[in-house]
Design a protein around this ligand. Structure first.
Ligand code: AHE
Ligand code: ZN
Length: 346
């Protein structure tokens, strides 16, 4: 099949707000520094739904969504040296070129190499590899894993141990890595108190990783009572439902009271800007650090009284857990295969 257009099935979102439709599509061969991947598994992340819904200012349509995939390299374009045909791979929505200002800074996992075209739903040469019904279809997050075959830039893919089950390690393409990195790359969590707002996949990953690194107390916060059992199973010591607080009590005040002054570390895994504010304001005066992970919709802004920061709370955020995919994912996969305790949450 190398060098030829492949016909396969993909889920296409034709326009903002429309349901996905399974279509027969054409996937063009990879060009220079591109890789065509046979996708075997994909997770669904809320960010896919966010973009489908039309709330993403970067959303372009029609599009093949999906960014949590696992697959096997079918063919490679000219100049590709980092992966080879047959490699088991995970596509990376956060590329790692190792040459740009960001990559070389040693300060961030964000990579500038393909970000501009990725945000426009195109390959680095500003064209698409997907066609359907005579029309070009956009890529998504540089990955488009809701297709049996996809094409990605060579800086946007990493080979992992083929012994790893792709139906599990595909989750390293977004959710699990995002949660794991946000905790292990945040110094000081060992022996500290943590609050996690939102107990979806990210929230549970944050709870599990905080437990693994030795947080002294982990408070899970969610308005869905069914999340309590999940949160406790993954290592939460407390569960608070903000919807069940006494009339007029705000969650941040409740948590400050509960923890004798506030949390050492908090995380937002909801994407709700009011929750982000509460997560900042329940941090302990003088040292509490709040990390934003959730993605908020177009037009949403965060706010708090500056006094919250003047008095020593820190508001930060991370993308893909601050993880450099090509450098770090192979090791995470090895740890998983060895059953290291830090992957107890799998
Ligand atoms: N396109 C949106 C922002 C979307 C966003 O924040 N994406 C996260 C990953 S979500 C994973 O499920 C991210 O890592 N962003 C970094 C980047 O460079 O996109 C908007 O608001 O425009
Ligand atoms: Zn995601």
């Amino acid at each position: 099949t190398a060098g030829k257009t492949i016909q396969c099935k993909a889920a296409i979102c034709w326009a903002a707000g429309e349901p996905l439709k399974i279509e027969d599509i054409e996937v063009l061969p990879p060009r220079a520094h591109e890789v065509r991947i046979h996708i075997l598994y994909t997770g669904i992340c809320h960010t896919d739904e966010y973009t489908r819904s039309g709330k993403d200012p970067e959303g372009v349509f029609p599009v093949v969504l999906g960014h949590e995939g696992g697959g096997i390299v079918e063919s490679v374009g000219e100049g590709v040296t980092s992966v080879a045909v047959g490699d088991h791979v995970i596509p990376l929505y956060t590329a790692e070129c190792r040459e740009c200002k960001f990559c070389k800074s040693g300060k961030t996992n964000l990579c500038g190499s393909v970000r501009a075209t990725q945000g426009k739903g195109l390959m680095p040469d500003s064209t698409s590899r997907f066609r359907c019904k005579g029309q070009d279809i956009h890529h998504f997050m540089g990955t488009s894993t809701f297709s049996q075959y996809t094409v990605v830039a060579d800086v946007s893919v990493v080979a992992v141990n083929p012994k790893a089950p792709l139906d599990k390690v595909c989750l390293l393409g977004c959710g699990i890595t995002t949660a794991w990195g946000a905790v292990v790359k945040q110094p000081g969590i060992k022996g500290s108190s943590v609050a996690v707002f939102g107990c979806g996949a990210i929230g549970l990953g944050l709870i599990a990783t905080s437990s693994m690194v030795g947080a002294s107390r982990i408070i899970a916060v969610d308005t869905n009572p069914n999340k309590e059992a999940w949160a406790r199973k993954f290592g939460a010591s407390d569960f608070v439902n903000p919807a069940k607080l006494p009339e007029g009590t705000r969650i941040q005040e409740y948590l400050v009271e509960l923890t004798d002054g506030g949390l050492d570390y908090t995380f937002d895994a909801t994407g709700n800007v009011h929750v982000m504010r509460a997560a900042l304001e329940c941090c302990h005066k003088g040292w509490g650090i709040s990390t934003i992970i959730g993605v908020a919709a177009a037009g949403q802004e965060i706010s708090t009284r500056p006094f919250q920061l003047v008095t020593g709370r820190v508001w930060r955020g991370s993308a893909f857990g601050g993880v450099k995919g090509r450098t770090e994912l192979p090791g995470l996969v090895e740890d998983y295969l060895q059953g290291l305790p830090r992957h107890a949450f799998w």
